[in-house]
Design a protein around this ligand. Structure first.
Ligand SMILES: [Fe+2]
Ligand SMILES: [Fe+2]
Length: 138
């Protein structure tokens, strides 16, 4: 299932919303490749997209964490920990070095990525929405 942006994903901070949209955009590339990867060898392309997603997630987490730290957000540590767990899992996918030529393997990876990203935005990122709103940051 491809991720579709909805207003309920908005954290009320333009730059962060844009970065979240970009994460959606990168993951949707995997959705296109997954069903056809057994017919045509798209392994290199899938690895490339996974790498792009990892690099962009690192950039986004860093941006978000710097903002949280700048304003002494009280649940910073917990938030940082959640980002670390995600990156560890993505690195594990890379280390496992699975043959990405079966739709079910790629689909499993996609469901972890999209499931984690949506749940994280809706539960964890959403917790700072009012915090920044009260500070007048948008
Ligand atoms: Fe986050
Ligand atoms: Fe985020």
């Amino acid at each position: 299932m491809a991720l579709r942006w909805r207003n309920s994903f908005s954290c009320n901070i333009q730059e962060i919303d844009n970065q979240h949209k970009k994460l959606f955009e990168i993951s949707s590339k995997l959705n296109i490749l997954a069903p056809i990867c057994s017919k045509i060898d798209f392994e290199d392309e899938i690895k490339e997209v996974l790498n792009e997603l990892k690099e962009y997630a690192i950039y986004h987490f860093d941006y978000e964490e710097k903002l949280l730290q700048k304003f002494s957000y009280k649940d910073f540590e917990e938030h940082h920990q959640a980002h670390t767990v995600f990156l560890d899992q993505v690195l594990k996918f890379e280390r496992d070095n699975q043959k990405l030529n079966k739709p079910e393997i790629v689909t499993n990876i996609i469901s972890f990525l999209t499931g984690w990203i949506t749940a994280h935005i809706l539960k964890t990122d959403m917790k700072y929405k009012d915090f920044f709103k009260d500070l007048g940051i948008h």
